[in-house]
Design a protein around this ligand. Structure first.
Ligand SMILES: Cc1cc2nc3c(=O)[nH]c(=O)nc-3n(C[C@H](O)[C@H](O)[C@H](O)COP(=O)(O)OP(=O)(O)OC[C@H]3O[C@@H](n4cnc5c(N)ncnc54)[C@H](O)[C@@H]3O)c2cc1C
Length: 517
């Protein structure tokens, strides 16, 4: 992907785009793949970097949602289990099976969760990832060596999917481009253009050059997650708020806190939610929380009480208990929950179902949803957009559309597996052989060159937070690498010393949000 190539197409202003999508997270990128693969002229504009919002800050589970089963939200679980299977099938280099152990300390826990999980298995049908089974005490300890042993009776093991959210986002952008879409990061929508009171395009700004440009389109889609109300206000000032932002925090620990390839699922935390401790890239991601937030922000920050809550609840299930000083990184994301009619609902009770809405001026919005269901959300969205925009009717083909890099024989032991079939090109992009910059987070110079040349990485943050996951894994290591990364990027982009200094300064300031010790 080359930003300059896409920019030229937008500046050429040949004819209106069929579909213009605002927002480059899971919803927008999924929509771009769907629209482009149906053959529509598609443009996506993202004001920051792709997946800078919620879509790089999830628990990284591709799941039916055991919690939604507890809440009785059966249709959501069935839909998500189906999508879990499709996502695994279409992106085997990015989605893997993961086994979760629920340790039990009461005699009734194992049979209770065992029955629930058998229902979960049945609902997955032939897209299931493996049967759930009961474990005795010794088997539970064998699978989770760091589990708290005192009072442990046994457990249940079940299967779900795991993925790398930001890498999935980049692969979706590449898939959309492969099908003819144009995509621009650092391109914010400032206003909607109207003709006869109907939305007919957008006024957008290139955040890197400052240039403003009017872009016309047959249908405009608002896929801006927690920022959806901002676009809705541009359309109809004073309209009712449709999004409730709810913050979720994760902490990242070193792998000794699990000491194995299985995750822990805690079905009932002190606030009645579920908590996961999941192995990820040689670290352990633990979360999450559910805190109602007044106004969305681009860089949400974990609250002290959220960090304490996670340490305390995870510690209750671990022999070696995590302390603040063990936290390698902390990241925070905002759930774009579709506001219920009843304002009194707690955020944990608001359904994760998505909604597609159309305003009287023809703005199509996607609200709510989950990463796991991004494909179905996009299908529903483009079905609606096609009739709103008067586009020729064409069927969705994404159920069996391989995602960029598709590699059925992915070797998950290889830290580069997320690149799929691009691995060979990355290994040979620079001929100087082993060019490791960090063994701790498996970062190489080649990945940086690849990110700049092929993945539209424009800043040090793009490289260290989303093209590679360094910042999310180990904030201190990310800070230590910032200068080297900036220098490599500057040489590649022919940027000045002043650019390097500014990038390093900005990135080091950002790492403070991810570093608590
Ligand atoms: C803590 C947490 C854990 C989660 N865990 C899971 C999980 O394990 N599995 C799962 O399936 N789901 C999970 N989710 C849900 C999932 O992450 C979200 O549903 C999904 O990422 C939302 O994607 P989105 O595209 O709607 O929003 P976003 O990713 O926020 O994308 C919206 C984009 O719009 C851009 N934008 C805003 N305004 C403008 C503008 N004016 N012009 C251009 N661009 C604009 C923003 O910069 C942003 O990048 C989790 C969510 C949270 C918060």
């Amino acid at each position: 992907m080359k930003r300059s190539t896409h920019l030229k197409k937008v500046q050429a202003k040949k004819k209106p785009w069929d579909v213009l999508i605002i927002g480059g997270g899971a919803s927008g990128l999924g929509a771009a793949v769907d629209a482009a693969s149906r053959g529509y002229r598609t443009l996506l504009l993202e004001k920051n970097d792709f997946a800078k919002g919620t879509s790089s800050r999830s628990t990284k589970l591709v799941h039916g949602g055991v919690r939604y089963l507890q809440n009785g939200d059966i249709s959501l679980v069935i839909e998500a289990l189906k999508e879990r299977g499709i996502m695994r099938k279409n992106a085997p280099h990015l989605v893997q099976d993961l086994s979760f152990v629920i340790p039990s300390y009461d005699w009734w826990n194992s049979p209770f969760y065992g029955i629930g999980l058998k229902v979960y298995d049945m609902m997955a049908g032939n897209l299931g990832l493996g049967p759930s089974t009961l474990l005795d005490r010794e088997e539970t300890i064998e699978l989770i060596p760091n589990v708290k042993k005192k009072g442990l009776r046994g457990g249940v093991i079940y299967h779900d999917g795991q993925f790398d959210d930001a890498r999935m986002a980049i692969s979706l952008a590449q898939t959309a481009e492969n099908h003819g879409a144009s995509l621009l990061n650092y391109f914010g929508v400032k206003a909607l253009l109207k003709e006869n009171n109907m939305v007919a395009g957008v006024l957008a700004k290139d955040e890197l050059s400052g240039e403003e440009i009017e872009i016309s389109a047959k249908v405009v889609i608002n896929a801006t997650g927690v920022f959806s109300d901002e676009i809705l206000q541009m359309d109809q000032p004073g309209s009712r708020k449709l999004i409730v932002p709810s913050q979720g925090v994760h902490i990242v620990l070193d792998q000794s806190f699990l000491n194995g390839p299985h995750a822990i699922m805690v079905p009932h935390t002190t606030d009645g939610r579920v908590l996961f401790a999941v192995p990820w890239n040689n670290y352990v991601v633990v979360g999450t929380t559910d805190t109602l937030i007044e106004a969305p922000s681009e860089e949400p920050v974990a609250l002290e009480q959220e960090i304490e809550f996670i340490l305390e609840n995870a510690g209750a299930y671990m022999t070696k208990q995590p302390k603040r000083a063990d936290v390698k990184s902390v990241f925070s994301g905002l759930r774009p929950l579709a506001a219920p009619e009843d304002n009194g609902s707690a955020t944990k009770e608001i359904s994760r179902h998505h909604k597609v809405t159309v305003s009287t001026s023809g703005l199509v919005s996607i609200l709510g949803g989950k990463w796991t269901t991004y494909r179905k959300m996009s299908e529903d969205l483009i079905n609606t957009a096609q009739s709103v925009g008067g586009l020729p009717e064409r069927a969705c083909i994404t159920q069996s559309l391989p995602i960029h890099g598709y590699d059925y024989n992915s070797d998950w032991a290889n830290p580069l597996h997320v690149y799929g079939t691009d691995i060979e090109k990355i290994l040979t992009i620079d001929e100087k052989g082993n060019n490791s910059l960090s063994e701790l987070v498996h970062l190489t110079k080649n990945q940086i060159l690849w990110a700049v040349r092929e993945e539209m990485a424009m800043t040090v943050e793009d490289v260290l937070a989303r093209r590679t996951r360094t910042l999310f894994l180990n904030a201190e290591e990310a800070r230590n690498l910032a200068i080297q990364v900036a220098e490599i990027m500057a040489k590649e982009m022919q940027a000045s010393k002043a650019w390097i200094n500014e990038q390093v300064k900005n990135f080091i300031s950002l790492t403070k949000n991810y570093h608590i010790s």
